[in-house]
Design a protein around this ligand. Structure first.
Ligand code: MG
Ligand code: ZN
Length: 220
């Protein structure tokens, strides 16, 4: 993509610091997940349901990326989980220096799992490596089944794809079979997890996959 060439110096600088984040996380045996989605896809709700399922098993922290406000960080803190808010001040994605300043504020020796909630954006969030173990994306049913055609990059970068709000399938014209076929063609290895944080449907499969990823790092 020409876009990447234009931003090459920025990306080189970002990747260098991301590599140092990677080394720090590895040393501390902390699994870091970069969660990407559009605004309103249900990232925070999914994070809260994920925390609920895993909080007795792991020590968790959340890094919240938003252009402005600390609404999401407050919701996480209300669940009893440490949360660091990053306000990007207009930048529509997180960069590795922002993650580094958040990591410096977290008790990494005590943690097993960090969830990074990226800024709501399906495009440039995929281009910035933060030092995470995995990028995972959420696509909500109301956004439509055509998104893998329009934004192939994010589907290719993700290690797993969540379809959120599946409790709304009866009211939206969402062709799940077409969606899954397109995602598989873009990224054959990524598992697809249809979930509803509201009803709890599908959460078990997602949590099982995630647990295996976290344990690989924790017990490495
Ligand atoms: Mg949010
Ligand atoms: Zn951006």
């Amino acid at each position: 993509m020409t876009h990447i060439d234009i931003n090459k110096p920025i990306l080189d600088k970002n990747d260098k610091l991301a590599q140092s984040n990677r080394e720090l996380l590895q040393e501390k045996k902390v699994f870091a997940l970069d969660l990407m989605a559009s605004p309103g896809a249900g990232k925070t709700t999914t994070i809260l349901a994920t925390i609920e399922a895993l909080k007795d098993r792991y020590k968790i922290a959340v890094i919240e990326g938003d252009i402005a406000s600390n609404v999401d960080a407050l919701k996480i803190k209300a669940a009893g989980i440490p949360a660091i808010q990053i306000n990007t001040g207009g930048i529509c994605h997180l960069e590795s220096d922002m993650i580094r300043s958040a990591l410096d504020q977290l008790p990494l020796d005590e943690l097993d799992f960090i969830i990074i909630e990226n800024v709501g954006n399906l495009v440039c969030t995929t281009e910035f490596y933060l030092g995470e173990d995995a990028k995972v994306m959420i696509l909500s049913v109301p956004e439509g089944d055509d998104k893998p055609h329009k934004y192939p990059g994010i589907f290719q970068t993700s290690k797993a794809v969540l379809i959120s709000k599946i409790d709304t399938l009866p009211v939206f014209d969402f062709d799940r079979e077409d969606f899954e076929t397109t995602v598989k063609s873009l990224n054959p290895k990524a598992p697809i997890f249809p979930v509803s944080a509201k009803t709890g449907e599908g959460m078990e499969e997602w949590i099982d996959w995630l647990t295996a990823q976290i344990d690989k790092v924790k017990f490495a």
